[in-house]
Design a protein around this ligand. Structure first.
Ligand SMILES: [Zn+2]
Length: 442
């Protein structure tokens, strides 16, 4: 009995020391796509509270340029955050010369660690793809779907089931392959609704809740789960067997609202993402050997908190009730007056004749023209500015909680994020780093 008590005491001592030493058992990496610091701050102001991610004891800045541009896309940035290498825009999990490189999720799984990804876009899209896929064409989503099914991932939640099914079964595959059947043969359970998600208690699951991307959070359908709900279930599954895990969670659609210069959409998508951060922090509170890292792959839109006069109008934004894309989709483009009525009803804002003309002109130029123009105008009404409808080269924030979090301070290159995580969690990315000089500086 005495010997047994001594044994228990020693084991407890070791685990306490390990945690004190900053032993990282579990990792939750949360990526806000397109989320610069101003997107975080603006959402905090509108909510009138400090967001969960902002409560981090350790914060820093992350540089995001890619191997062939000062301004990255999500594929190259995702590869940097997943594999620790710079690559070309549009490339996923390969170097500029096409050489495949292992991702942190693959390396972790090779050491028997549970891995998962949770997103609100298609699971074959750039950022999730960067954690399991290898292709020099981010648009090769039918190929990425095959690579996902062959991957060691235990949990996959998001949209995109049409990329896994042949056209004979309502999918978009022309090769006749039924990857859902294949996934089941490889041990995945398959679910497609929120009800199934909330009731799921298995070990390995592919959850695809929309044929393509999931709906924007402001228009999420009843049977499409929210990001915090998917995150909670993923943590439950990945931690069930007591093994360490690595989970990547993406707030995928912050980026799209920024592309549309839509501050209402940015606000709502950032809050959905921050709610998922809260779920991660609650888990870490109960499991103190869990490292939580919150960052972004790049900033989108060049969001500016004021267009002049030393102010911007938070109160006005709080009255906004719809996304610009919703207005564009629900407006009969032949009726200028209807547009005026819609923005009056849902934003309590007056559009001038010139502004309506501008929207109509932009509507004729591209699929997103009307939504982008409405988004830009509604931002300007609240004295919020944007420099572009595309990505920018701005740094993005990193917020870190838990053991080893002190390593995520100062100015970091995006390739360092997974390298620090790997070192702390015991699955280092040992491949050599190709030091790619900053474009335009050499
Ligand atoms: Zn983007």
């Amino acid at each position: 009995m005495k010997r047994f008590m001594m044994f228990v005491f020693i084991i407890t001592l070791i685990s306490v020391l390990a945690i004190a030493q900053g032993y990282v058992k579990n990792v939750i990496l949360l990526i806000g796509d397109g989320m610069g610091i101003n997107q975080v701050l603006l959402s905090s102001y509108i909510e009138g509270r400090v967001l969960n991610m902002m409560k981090a004891p350790y914060t820093g800045y992350v540089i995001t340029y890619s191997a062939n541009s000062n301004v990255t896309d999500s594929a190259a940035a995702g590869t940097a955050l997943a594999s620790g290498f710079k690559t070309n825009n549009g490339f996923i999990g390969v170097l500029p010369d096409g050489t495949p490189v292992p991702t942190i999720a693959e390396i972790a799984a090779s050491k028997g660690i549970n891995t998962g990804i949770v997103v609100t876009c298609r699971v074959t899209h750039a950022t999730p793809g960067a954690f399991y896929g290898h292709t020099n064409d981010r648009n090769a989503e039918l190929v990425l779907a095959e690579q996902l099914v062959e991957s060691p991932l235990k949990v996959v939640f998001g949209g995109g089931w049409s990329y896994f099914l042949p056209d004979t079964k309502g999918g978009r595959r022309k090769d006749g392959k039924d990857l859902i059947e294949l996934a089941k043969n490889k041990g995945f359970d398959y679910i497609t609704t929120k009800t199934e998600l909330l009731n799921y208690d298995g070990e390995r699951v592919l959850g695809l809740f929309a044929s393509s991307h999931m709906s924007a959070v402001t228009e999420r359908k009843p049977e499409e789960p929210l990001l915090p709900e998917m995150t909670k279930k993923a943590l439950e599954i990945l931690s069930k067997d007591g093994k360490p895990f690595f989970l990547m969670v993406e707030g995928s659609q912050i980026d799209w609202e920024c592309h549309g210069n839509d501050i209402f959409g940015v606000w709502k998508e950032t809050i959905e993402f921050d709610d998922a951060v809260k779920v991660a922090l609650d888990f870490a509170e109960k499991n103190p050997d869990t490292l939580v890292v919150v960052t972004a792959d790049h900033e989108t839109g060049g969001l500016g908190l004021s267009t002049g006069n030393y102010t911007f109008d938070i109160e006005k934004i709080r009255n906004y009730k719809k996304t610009a894309d919703w207005i564009a989709a629900n407006w009969d483009k032949k009726s200028p007056d209807e547009l005026k009525e819609l923005v009056k009803e849902y934003f309590n804002v007056e559009f001038t004749d010139d502004e309506v003309e501008y929207v109509i002109a932009e509507a004729g130029k591209s699929r997103y023209g009307a939504g982008n123009a409405i988004g830009r105008l509604l931002s300007n009404k609240a004295q919020i500015g944007w420099t572009t409808f595309d990505h920018t080269g701005a740094t993005v924030p990193v917020f870190a909680f838990g053991p080893g979090a002190e390593n995520f301070t100062g100015i970091l290159d995006n390739t360092e994020i997974p390298r620090i995580i790997g070192r702390l969690a015991g699955y280092p990315l040992t491949y050599p780093v190709h030091s790619v000089p900053l474009v335009g500086t050499h």
